[in-house]
Ligand binder design. Structure first.
Ligand code: AMP
Ligand code: MG
Length: 419
């Protein structure tokens, strides 16, 4: 793992000398700056949706735990179906789901779905395939051994590996854990993420807007994005104006209270961009990254005290892309997740677009029918402006246009991350 090595106290120096790095390297640097939080807590299964599993585990209980009937019908012993049919067997008992299996000597046993198949019985004939004459069941066709029986352990054997530590629990995984009889589960503690919107021009929605001001879009976008991450909680420090003092104070407080601090805005090398200075003056370490990507060229990654620091650019589309591609993987790692990368899906372009071959471009896209090879077809939205709220609001995903390509044509293979 490479620790961020340089402290840039002067953003002008960073802008002038920083080499441009590929987006994968930038994402790897952010990832390397994140050390998984150690704390865990044991919580009720009902509260564990979306949480990060702290330890892997093995199955203590085979599933199903006993041989059970997959059908309503009659359990039989094949040795009673010798010769040629039809066979007539007396009904000697009845077992429903939940009944304790009783010793049964022979004949046919009326059995219902989910009930335990009595020992020695090797098939269940579904009720539609036999007929009852008084207390005798008539079977025309000999079932094969094991027919309509779910064998103990056929789904999961005792001692088999369940999930690995670092998995994010889904509804279906929780169902499996419940099937194991677990009432609670050990998960990583939630990471706490401090959010700071820098910019003297920003107002919160609902406040009056003066000339030259704009509303804060990034705050709600990042809050909403992080809402979906059940492994994180947000401490929102609101808007901080572009002064060294205000940004330093906000960073000091956020880094002392949070596991990670995300800022938006103030990361280019402009006169009002004080984030690097504030991180450096607060004793933080910082990599100022000039990333060969559009949108989102300036990104800062480092640590302030014990907190991971992620400084994202302020244009909403740039904020969104750098959050998804660079910040979120690092936050996932911080939270203890093993799979951290975005899940790219293959698709084909339904648009043409000129791009520079020396950088990765990310464009908002919507899906349309008619892609070749059964792949989704993507329509680019907007003209690639990093400030376009309209384009990102209409998007169903973000497509990545790889470096090396200087043109995307209709039919070019691409990948995208669904919204
Ligand atoms: P900066 O990275 O601070 O230079 O900001 C780049 C552009 O993004 C400027 O036009 C800012 O006004 C705009 N911007 C910065 N922060 C936000 C925000 N939270 N919401 C909407 N636009 C923003
Ligand atoms: Mg700014």
């Amino acid at each position: 793992m490479t620790a961020p090595a340089r402290v840039f106290l002067d953003h002008c120096e960073a802008g002038a000398t920083g080499t441009v790095i590929p987006v994968d390297i930038a994402a790897a640097k952010a990832l390397a700056a994140a050390t998984p939080v150690a704390g865990t807590e044991t919580i009720d299964l009902l509260a564990a949706n979306g949480r990060v599993l702290a330890t892997g585990g093995i199955a203590a209980l085979a599933l199903p735990p006993f041989n059970s009937s997959a059908m309503d019908g009659y359990a039989v012993r094949l040795d009673e179906l010798a010769g040629s049919g039809p066979w007539r067997l007396p009904v000697t008992g009845r077992i429903a789901a939940g009944d304790t299996p009783a010793e049964t000597l022979g004949g046919a046993v009326r059995i219902l779905t989910g009930a335990s198949v009595p020992p020695g019985f090797d098939a269940v004939v579904m009720q539609e395939k036999c007929r009852l004459e008084g207390n005798v069941v008539v079977i025309d066709e000999r079932p094969r051994a094991g027919r309509n029986i779910r064998t103990a352990g056929e789904d999961l054997r005792q001692g088999e590996r369940l999930f690995e530590a670092g998995a994010v629990l889904t509804a279906q995984q929780l169902a499996l854990l419940a099937g194991q009889g677990l009432a609670d589960i050990e998960v990583r503690r939630k990471i706490r993420i401090g959010l700071i919107s820098t910019g003297s021009e920003l107002k919160e929605p609902g406040q009056p807007l003066l000339a030259g001001q704009i509303f804060n879009s990034n705050r709600v976008m990042l809050r909403a994005s992080l809402d979906a991450c059940r492994w994180a909680e947000v401490v929102d420090f609101g808007i901080v104006p572009d002064t060294r003092q205000a940004i330093s104070a906000a960073l000091a407080e956020a880094s002392s209270r949070c596991d990670a601090v995300i800022t938006t805005g103030g990361v280019s090398a402009g006169e009002e961009d004080h984030v690097s200075w504030a991180v450096g003056s607060g004793g933080g370490t910082l990599d100022v990254l000039k990333v060969a990507m559009r949108p989102g060229k300036p990104v800062k990654v480092g640590r302030i005290g014990a907190a991971l620091f992620l400084g994202l650019p302020g244009n909403p589309n740039a904020t969104l892309v750098t959050f998804r591609v660079i910040a979120l993987p690092a936050l996932r790692r911080l939270a203890g997740m093993v799979e951290t990368a975005p899940k790219w899906v293959e698709a084909v372009a339904g648009f043409s677009h000129e791009k520079r071959a020396d950088r990765t471009e990310f464009v908002p896209v919507r899906l349309s029918a008619g892609g070749s090879d059964g792949l989704p077809r993507l329509i680019m939205l907007g003209r690639g402006s990093s400030a376009s709220l309209r384009a990102i609001s209409q998007a169903e995903g973000i497509a990545v246009l790889s470096p090396g390509l200087d043109r995307v044509e209709h039919g070019t293979r691409l990948s995208f991350e669904p919204s």
